[in-house]
Design a protein around this ligand. Sequence first.
Ligand code: AMP
Length: 296
Amino acid sequence: MSFSATSSSTDTGSMPVGMVHTVADLRRQVGDWRKAGKRIALVPTMGALHAGHVALMEAASRQADKVVLSIFVNPTQFAPTEDLSRYPRTLEADLAKAQGAGVALAFVPSAADMYPDGFCTTISLAGPALGLETDFRPTHFAGVATVVAKLLIQVAPDVALFGEKDYQQLAVVSQLARDMDLPVTILGVPTVREADGLALSSRNVYLSPAERANAPALHRALTQAAHAIAGGAEPALAVEAARAQVIAAGFALDYLELRHARTLAPVAAATDGPLRLLVAARIGTTRLIDNIPVPL
Ligand code: AMP
């Protein structure tokens, strides 16, 4: 069994994070914990960890005795034209952050382990997976759902934590767990932001200084629209104003929509809530997404 322990430069005095690469080693370790009656949490990520991921890992530590962090840049959720090859990979720094956040085990599989030759099963989705991201990344959620289903089956955690930052993903994963009777609680964790409102994202490193300066316009536009709708403004007009704001800040807009917060279905009136505003927009070569609740 290749179970390696890593200690980090930002040693906090906590237990070193173990690391496994294969499903067999993962199952052996998690199986031991389960036999000992431990409650287990899973935090799936693609690495390049930042304070948003740390919030997930810390929330997981409060939920369970043992936290498993998965780090896997999942090729099936990237379209051929997307940033798979240039996606940031920072394993050493990730393990240091994981240790500081109380993670017990990092599962870092290879693509060949997750998708061995002959792999041909995907998960077909509807409901919250329809529209929004799917209009622009048609194969994305099938890839996400397939890898998340695999991780949930491999780890069999009591609880798995996902960021509200990827709100549609959280809705898709919650639906997946419900529909497939997976014995896991899916928890959402609020979005961690920079002081100027920009949601933390591994992709923010792609932004040039000028793009970074404009990027908070996304959150600003959502916030103003949410307050306007909460204050009684006509939702369609508030959404239209927010779209114009995003475009004026130099973004190419994919979508900015008002949706039902649970089903993600379109809504016509503020009384159709709870409501969520969601946006995806491109600045230069970088695509950013964000969302906020409408406080009604
Ligand atoms: P990723 O590595 O981008 O696939 O993200 C892994 C998990 O971290 C997902 O559940 C994301 O929603 C979550 N996440 C990413 N950014 C943030 C953020 N700024 N705040 C909270 N959670 C986040």
